[in-house]
Design a binder for this molecule. Structure first.
Ligand SMILES: [Zn+2]
Length: 284
């Protein structure tokens, strides 16, 4: 399925967040030569990435990540660890299925190399790509850093971390909804989130939940992501509801009925859910 291969179709170019930190992550960051990493295993895509300007890449490890970078590797590593902690907590502190195995982050710094890479892996329109336990993105661009780019990075990193905690296939809307929730809701206030998500027309709910591929028109794509994020926000708007989400994810995995998942929240059927959701949706 498409979203298993390319988790991300971003409309904007990503760049890292600087507002994250933590002494803990800093202490675990260790730069080392490629041959000294705890694992040299990587996908063919990883090999392609490191083959572009090979003299420029540096490598480091943090607790859960191997980071390949050209500059500012510590920032990338800190952000990844921070996102790891947040997503893990959101998912109810489930066991990490990858255990000691580390996810890999390839932070490109040369726009030209990124363009070559994206073309080689046949996703020339993507700004970042999560595939299994590897994440590739362009960390620096010709344009300046912006909040929108920070949100994109948070979105993408969420996919990478999420993949460590669940096996199975998530419906496209929920996969994107959780990532977009982290990209948008977690990086802004509730009123900013509502304002931003409310900029597009509501996306047809039945169509959203049944979607197996991304919409084609840009404005529809935006509406798709927004609606998915609003549903995740709706499902987690109180601490009681937040605790139900990990179970909800399990119930809707592998193509199972969404209504079955919604029963966890006390909804009898689809109409019952929709009525309550519509009421919440008016805030956007
Ligand atoms: Zn995504």
């Amino acid at each position: 399925m498409r979203q298993r291969i390319v988790n991300l179709v971003s409309m904007v170019w990503p760049v890292w967040l600087v507002c994250v930190g933590g002494v803990e992550a800093q202490q675990t960051f260790q730069e080392k030569p490629l041959a000294k990493l705890s694992s040299q295993e990587m996908s063919e895509w990883g090999t392609v990435a490191l083959g572009l300007s090979p003299e420029k890449w540096k490598h480091a490890e943090t607790e859960h990540f191997i980071v390949h970078f050209v500059r500012n590797g510590e920032k990338v590593g800190r952000f990844a660890e921070e996102q790891y902690r947040e997503v893990r907590e959101f998912l109810g502190d489930r066991p990490d299925l990858l255990k000691g195995r580390k996810s890999q982050v390839f932070a490109f710094f040369e726009p030209e190399d990124w363009r070559k890479f994206a073309a080689r892996v046949q996703v020339p329109w993507a700004a970042g790509i999560t595939r299994g336990d590897e994440f590739f993105y362009l960390a620096v661009t010709e344009t300046k850093r912006s909040e929108a780019k920070d949100r994109t990075l948070a979105h993408e990193m969420t996919h990478l971390v999420f993949n460590r905690f669940y096996r199975g296939r998530l419906p496209l809307w929920l996969n994107e909804g959780i990532a977009e929730y982290f990209g948008q809701r977690k990086t802004s206030t509730i009123s900013q989130f509502r304002q931003r998500m409310g900029q597009t027309e509501p996306y047809h709910l039945g169509k959203l939940l049944a979607a197996e591929k991304y919409p084609e028109r840009p404005e529809e794509i935006q509406a798709f992501y927004a609606e998915a994020a609003i549903i995740v926000d709706f499902l987690t708007r109180t601490s009681e509801r937040r605790q139900l989400l990990p179970k909800f994810v399990e119930r809707v995995m592998d193509g199972r009925d969404v209504v079955e998942g919604m029963r966890l929240y006390g909804y009898q059927d689809w109409a019952d859910f929709e009525k309550d959701y519509r009421k919440y949706r008016r805030h956007f």
